[in-house]
Design a protein around this ligand. Structure first.
Ligand SMILES: C[S@@+](CC[C@H](N)C(=O)[O-])C[C@H]1O[C@@H](n2cnc3c(N)ncnc32)[C@H](O)[C@@H]1O
Length: 208
């Protein structure tokens, strides 16, 4: 899909559904915080939430004292929802996460966080761009959290095909310069009641 039609797809998803009916809506952030809490973040450490949609995770991170938050989104509709809630308390980037231009001006981050975004990148070249962009922003000693559909799960999300993961595939993509610190499968239940197993994992980039 072209960038414009991807953006349209997601804009429609956010326009056509209330926040709590989205197939990825969550109000229990404990699986994420199990991993975030292991990063020992200082209040002014930069954190980037890629493809964060209308998620309330940035609100939770602000409540937990983090102040250097960046969210990136391809959907202007989703980004506007978050802007309406949080205004100038956080930083925003509109655009495709596969384009390095989207992240221009974003500092190196202590934590790169991705829930249910990377799994939409089916093509090898998309995955290559994604990991290039990630490695440019994640400093030595910094952290990456992924939460994508697990190998045992569904092969579509929001009507789009997904590339499913386990912690070994994450590791292969990141390379040996990243160390796996923790991983677990979390069964998420959609508002429709359907079960979606996600594979959560925390990696740290080696210091040298
Ligand atoms: C399934 S939703 C997950 C949203 C959020 N991460 C969460 O956990 O609630 C996928 C999100 O990724 C965004 N997205 C999809 N492709 C993207 C891309 N190429 N660049 C940036 N964001 C993208 C969509 O707009 C959507 O908000």
């Amino acid at each position: 899909m072209e960038e414009i039609s991807i953006a349209n797809h997601w804009d429609k998803a956010y326009l056509n559904s209330s926040e709590d009916q989205l197939g990825w809506f969550e109000n229990d952030f404990s699986p994420s915080f199990r991993l975030i809490n292991q990063c020992n973040l200082d209040s002014n450490d930069a954190v980037l939430l890629v493809g964060s949609g209308s998620s309330r995770l940035p609100d939770e991170l602000l409540s937990n004292g983090l102040s250097e938050l960046w969210v990136s989104e391809i959907s202007e509709v989703a980004l506007q929802e978050v802007k309406t809630r949080l205004g100038e308390r956080i930083n925003y980037r509109l655009g495709d996460i596969l384009s390095s231009e989207t992240l221009e001006g974003v500092p190196s981050v202590k934590l790169w966080f991705d829930r249910a975004v990377m799994h939409f990148f089916m093509e090898e070249k998309e995955q290559t761009s994604y990991f290039q962009n990630l490695k440019e922003k994640v400093r030595l000693g910094s952290y990456v959290i992924f939460a994508e559909f697990h190998l045992s799960g569904a092969d579509k999300c929001s009507g789009l095909s997904v590339f499913r993961y386990d912690e070994k595939i994450y590791q292969e993509r990141l390379g040996e310069e990243f160390i796996l610190l923790d991983s677990f499968i979390h069964s998420y239940f959609m508002p429709s009641g359907q079960e979606r197993p996600y594979i959560y994992a925390l990696f740290q980039r080696k210091d040298s």
